[in-house]
Design a protein around this ligand. Sequence first.
Ligand code: PHE
Length: 351
Amino acid sequence: MHQKIDLLIEKLLKDFNEVKTMQELNDLKVKYQGKKGVITELNSAIKDIPATEKKDYGMEVNRLRSAFNEGFENIKLRIEQELINKKLEEEKIDISLPSSKRKKGSKHPFYRVIEEVEDLFVSMGYDVVDGQELEDDEHCFRLLNYTKGHPARDAQDTFYIDSEYLLRTQTSAAQSRVMQANTKKGPIRVICPGKTYRRDDDATHSHQFGQVEGLVIDKNISLADLKGTLEIFAKKLLGEDTKVRFRPSYFPFTSPSCEVDVSCFKCGGKGCPLCKKTGWIELLGAGMVHPNVLRMGGYDPDLFTGFAFGTGLDRLAMFKYAIPDIRYLYTNDVRFLKQFDRKDEEYEIKY
Ligand code: PHE
């Protein structure tokens, strides 16, 4: 019997050695442990074995069974491992392949200008405030010295929501809000960039445009401070050679008021079509804060003075990047927009 089992185990190991797949392994299980399997049959034959040999016989059959079970587990593990390895091999990701290209957007010229203006004024100690696009008549006009029916309102026809609320026509509305919000009536130094709205539509004016407002209030602020500040502003933004000119003008909320021109960056001041042969280009409106406005904002005009200025952001972007039509700024043509993916120093703008 011992010899017989030795031979069977030898045969069994040979069988295991030839197994390659799970299917073949399962077939072997049937061959040895199935209903008519080798081990099953040896097991049922025990009834015919003489009582004295039964124990020895049983142990020998168990030896074969253990050999089978051990071999079965080992081969099963081997096949499973092979399957995992094969799967890993098949699903390997080749990270050396080039990835699909993502289209990268670039900063809109309008926001490039806003950031540049903000950086400049923040470096001079100004705060940036948001203001609000939906304003009421009081802050957009009345607190800025435009009484009801004031003729200067005519120049700023806009979109009224009802008889009191409107889309702000000027960031100057932020002036009245900032003064009101400063409950301690301390000094103010802010800029407010943002969108503004008017009922305009031609090649150089659109229904929506951007402005940046500046407001400074303190003791002993004079026109000299206004001039110095705006000169720095113009030179930093449009180049150190830029010349600045102040012309008298009128705004209800400033007195005296002025219009500020810069020397034409296309012709350098000689006169060309861009500057309509004058050598100058209008940049912004400004002035000393009107005493009425200070008073309505809660500031004593005998103690405080201030200056304010307001300029169009679209115009600034157009000047800076030689953009010929204001509509390019909001019609979202990618051929236009993708030109703004470089640093400022990398632009060589030729007028
Ligand atoms: N708000 C004025 C405008 O839109 C510009 C301005 C601002 C003038 C501040 C003076 C002071 O035309």
